[in-house]
Design a protein around this ligand. Sequence first.
Ligand code: CA
Length: 262
Amino acid sequence: MPSTSETIQPNTHLSASSPAERGPLLFVVEDDPALREMLAAYLQQQGYRVTTMASAEDFLRRIERSRPDLVVLDVGLPGQDGLQACARLRATGDRLPVVLLTARSEAVDRIVGLEIGADDYLGKPFSARELLARIKAVLRRAPTAPGVPRGDLAPTRMGRYTFMPASRCLQSLDEVRVLSTLEYALLAELVASAGQPVSRERLLSATHGEADAVLPRTIDVAVMRLRKLLEPDPAEPRYIQTVRGRGYMFVPAGSGPTELKA
Ligand code: CA
């Protein structure tokens, strides 16, 4: 049972100065302050950068602004629980690696966790070393390197081209244009989330390896190039629309005029 202190949601604690300033960034979403701080301290010792938060709402807000390499997400949270948060993340096409934590009393089995798209699942109580092993395993298999063709996407029509995800190209009746790694990864991420705005931060993490230091502006420039290729009128984008303050959104052919929320 949650103690009363768990219903209070402290502000996020940022712990920036770890031995490895450039280690993978983890989000730890856990409402139990003692466990949260213990995990953060341990993972920092292991060379990770760690940002902690105490609620799913906080996590879902932050995820659009700051991209971790992986999130450790407690299931039993006040407000929206970890399963709902994970399902929401996946519903937007976000493939951020997720390791769920759950108390046995929550009776959520591993299958449910994995069905809603978590990458791994750990029952409490667990040892910090066990969590570390899971994190490492998920990170090892997670990063589909930018530009690797995605089997989960169907060919998608845009303007006079059809985007062919499996062959990384744009195809028209008389032409095949092979996309650069950046263009491909960007377009694939947008198409995977068709009809939903995708933040520049998420586009950056989808298009660049963690070692690359790139500016969000890189995304804007790549979007301009794609618009020149794809849009009947690049000045009035039809397929890759700007959603002010939110990022970019792919609007599929055949969908009506889209209400854009600022
Ligand atoms: Ca909890």
